[in-house]
Design a protein around this ligand. Structure first.
Ligand code: NAD
Length: 308
């Protein structure tokens, strides 16, 4: 198989929250391979509090300066993803379009579920879910028209497995997976591919919970190659979720047990008696999508009750 050099010449990319951490690495890599990059970052603290910066020294400005110094093309944008349409219109004005969107911006408001308040819940959902939706929605009309688009959404292990003290964040990151699956369904016929990644990297987001050694070792650069590959024309996968870190990446999928079908009129005691079967992964299946999942259930029902 030939292995062409993958480039992004002529492509316009928006990377949200790319003033630091993972987003900065995505922006630098895309620009180094020819993309015109909008470096978006509102410049908050990890918990989403606004900060003051001198003119020209906002996080987005610094990354744009790095890209230009290396000979690339980039422009800084400071809008919040909660007003995503402004970011996309900025890209269209600056560079004439939008081909690649990495929904990467994020904040944390970690607190136990017992103590969480409305604002801590709402702000996290707003940045991650509404932010990703607004950027994607604004980019969608351009991508549909040009029959091309690549969207990568930042999910998290917390959204997949849950995480103590992160009810808001894990709900948001699980929401990102639902958004990814549906955008993939709706976009694939028009060559708009949407995937989600759950990164694993040492950044200011992980430095409060990881040791310094681990933060230093798990560099965000080790995530960037895979994420940028998902943004390339060469990538034909869509609707997938990957965990990515440490120069490694792996795909996740849904797995369902063969389960147990009981007679019509069964009792709660029948469920109790068969409990082990519901959780037995021998002969597990892997539904690809909602239709596939439903069809398997309909088929089992028809088979069991000989309905036609
Ligand atoms: P980070 O804090 O370094 O980067 C997030 C960036 O988003 C910051 O620069 C911040 O200013 C910006 N931002 C915050 N709110 C914004 C808004 N409303 N509009 C625009 N920009 C905004 O953290 P990171 O680790 O680089 O995280 C990047 C993404 O990856 C996040 O979505 C995060 O949830 C996700 N993630 C990271 C890890 C990890 O291991 N680092 C794990 C799982 C998920």
């Amino acid at each position: 198989m030939s292995n062409p050099k993958l480039r992004f010449d002529g492509r316009v990319a928006v990377v949200t929250g790319s003033g630091g951490g993972l987003g900065r690495c995505y922006a630098l890599l895309l620009a180094s391979r020819g993309a015109k990059v909008v470096v978006n970052d509102v410049g908050t603290t990890v918990t989403g509090q606004s900060q003051n910066f001198a003119t020209g020294s906002r996080p987005a400005d610094l990354v744009v300066a790095e890209i230009r110094k290396a000979g690339g093309t980039a422009a800084a944008n400071y809008d919040s993803v909660t007003e995503g349409e402004k970011i996309i219109e900025f890209a269209v004005k600056q560079f004439g379009g939008i081909d690649i969107l990495i929904n990467n911006a994020g904040i944390l408001r970690d607190v136990s579920f017992r103590n969480i308040n409305e604002a801590q819940w709402r702000d996290v959902i707003d940045v991650h879910v509404n932010g990703a939706m607004r950027c994607a929605k604004a980019a969608w009309k351009y991508m549909e028209k040009q029959q091309y688009g690549r969207i990568v959404n930042a999910s998290s292990a917390s959204g997949i497995y849950g995480s103590f003290g992160q009810a808001n964040y894990s709900t948001a990151k699980a929401g990102i997976i639902g958004l990814t699956s549906t955008l993939s369904n709706e976009g694939k016929k028009r060559n708009i591919f949407t995937n989600a990644v759950a990164p694993i990297a040492g950044t200011r987001m992980t430095e409060t919970v990881w040791s310094k050694d681990l933060v230093d070792m798990m560099r965000p650069e080790y995530v960037a190659g895979f994420v940028c590959y998902l943004c390339s024309e060469a990538c034909t996968g869509t609707g997938d979720i990957y965990e990515v870190g440490a120069n490694w990446a792996g795909k996740l999928r849904w797995e369902r047990t063969a389960g147990c079908m009981l007679p019509i009129g069964h009792t709660l005691e029948d469920i109790h008696a068969n409990w082990a079967k519901y959780g037995d992964f021998t002969n597990a299946v892997h539904p690809k999508d909602t239709l596939d999942s439903y069809q398997m259930v309909f088929d089992m029902f028809e088979e069991k009750y000989k309905v036609k």
